[in-house]
Design a protein around this ligand. Structure first.
Ligand SMILES: O=P(O)(O)OC[C@H]1O[C@](O)(COP(=O)(O)O)[C@@H](O)[C@@H]1O
Length: 448
């Protein structure tokens, strides 16, 4: 009795040996490509693009053109994409990190990491043993170390950290991210995801003190994103990204460690028939939102079909479905973060022909004033979002930071002048509470 033990390719850097198929289930012949059958069924036109290395490792040949499928790296190297070598390097490190996170969330040993940090800290913590860390902190550390190794990132701002981490003075990019969204669902194996946005480092701020330039670089408006994406850890691991010319999704081939282009140029349907929201908060919603939901679920909206509800309570998964099937994924309360979640996902939505709104304004037109500021978020099909906004009153509540100042301040130099912690001048666009904190760098870190 044979089983096929496949060492994942070195590119993937997955350490474990993974037993994928049993010989009885698949006419496995050790000397043949393991993936002959699946690949033939997928009707790739010329060649398979795989070779088996000594020791039975299946690796992609790298000849994307000849094999009829394309890896993310090959896609980024296409002449028409023009993303540049530095971004390719950054992405290969990000890819590597996300593959490690994918392995982590699927690991049988992650349950202890899913627990509350304070409980873990109270229980653990001897001199010999590290205190166990919850999964999102481990994911954060994995991504941080990869970005650091890439030497392409000046600063990383993460939802898990109080302040952004300055990595390299000459790093051309700024990365903002939510390392593991939806981790509260992990014990039930419900999908989770990593969300990221990439900006250029603002060289005009290089002269500022590190803490200050780290914050200001991370507070760029979403309109300045040069790329964004998410990685969905679900039945498949999917990396969906945009470099500003369409939204494209790549599925991880666990046998090779490559992300393969499976959803080129995603176009969100102009309308879907799905609304995705935490319905239990119905009685906290404002009148407009209640009316909209009541209307579309009875099939009395502009689209004369009854809408269905779908809510996973894991933003990446809810957004991924919305991108493919249409409709609206929303969280009307001040919960999701502008910098780490709303901006990157709105960029992807727009690149797919959809919309991202806070219920009143286009997300990408907002100028963040705090790293961790939260806001209502509505993402989805353009006609559905327009119809929803026509109900007016759809934000669950307004906190002091739910409405960031508009992007008159999105010019980084003017923003630095107006808002930097060492900021010389105040601005008509900032309220007095904000201006009174201008001399406190830490005031740009909070949620309210
Ligand atoms: O409790 P609500 O309002 O349904 O919020 C659920 C949302 O919160 C999230 O879990 C993110 O919250 P955290 O950033 O606190 O993890 C999303 O994945 C999900 O869409």
């Amino acid at each position: 009795m044979h089983s096929a033990a496949i060492l994942l390719s070195p590119i993937s850097n997955f350490p474990p040996r993974i037993h994928l198929f049993h010989s009885k289930l698949q006419n496995f012949h050790p000397r043949l490509s393991l993936y002959t059958q699946p690949i033939k069924r997928m009707a790739f036109p010329r060649g398979l693009g795989f070779r088996i290395s000594a020791g039975g490792t299946a690796v992609a040949s790298g000849d994307g053109g000849g094999s009829g499928f394309q890896t993310l790296r090959e896609y980024m190297g296409r002449r028409e994409e023009h993303v540049g070598d530095e971004l390719v390097v950054l992405f290969s490190h990000l890819e590597y990190a996300c593959k490690r996170v994918a392995a982590l969330v699927a690991s049988p040993f992650n349950s202890s990491l899913g627990k509350d940090f304070s409980a873990a800290a109270a229980a653990g913590g001897s001199a010999e043993r590290d205190t166990p860390k919850p999964l999102d902190i481990v994911a954060n550390e994995i991504i941080l170390s990869s970005l650091k190794n890439s030497r392409k990132v000046a600063v990383m701002a993460s939802e898990e950290d109080d302040a952004p981490v300055w990595l390299a003075d000459d790093g051309p990019f700024v990365v903002v991210l939510d390392p593991l969204d939806g981790s509260r669902n992990i014990d039930a194996s419900i999908p989770t995801g990593t969300i990221f946005g990439i900006y250029r480092r603002l060289a005009e701020l290089d002269h500022l003190p590190t803490e200050e330039k780290a914050i200001l670089n991370s507070l760029q408006s979403g309109a300045k994103l040069i790329a964004s994406g998410y990685v969905l850890y679900s039945s498949a691991t999917i990396l969906c990204t945009s470099f500003g010319s369409g939204t494209h999704a790549f599925t991880l081939d666990h046998s090779t460690g490559d992300f393969i282009l499976t959803h080129p140029n995603i176009k969100i349907p102009p309308r879907g028939q799905i609304y995705s929201v935490n319905d239990a908060r119905y009685f906290d919603w404002p009148e407009g939102l209640r009316k909209y939901i009541d209307t579309v679920r009875q099939g009395k909206g502009k689209h004369p079909k009854k809408y269905s509800a779908r809510y996973i309570c894991s933003l990446v998964a809810d957004f991924h479905r919305t991108l493919l099937y249409g409709g609206i994924a929303m969280n009307p309360r001040d919960h999701l973060r502008l910098v780490y979640e709303a901006n990157p996902l709105s960029f992807l939505a727009e690149q797919a022909g959809g919309k991202g709104s806070d219920g009143k304004a286009r997300i990408l037109s907002l100028q963040p004033v705090k790293l961790h500021q939260r806001l209502p978020l509505f993402l989805g099909s353009p006609d559905d979002i327009e119809e929803l906004e026509s109900y007016g009153d759809i934000q669950q509540k307004r906190s002091c930071c739910s409405h960031p100042v508009r992007s008159e301040l999105s010019d980084p130099v003017s923003f630095s002048r107006n808002c930097s912690p060492s900021g010389a001048t105040t601005t008509r666009l900032m309220d007095s509470a904000t201006t009174s904190r201008l001399n406190e760098p830490s005031s740009f870190l909070g949620t309210s």
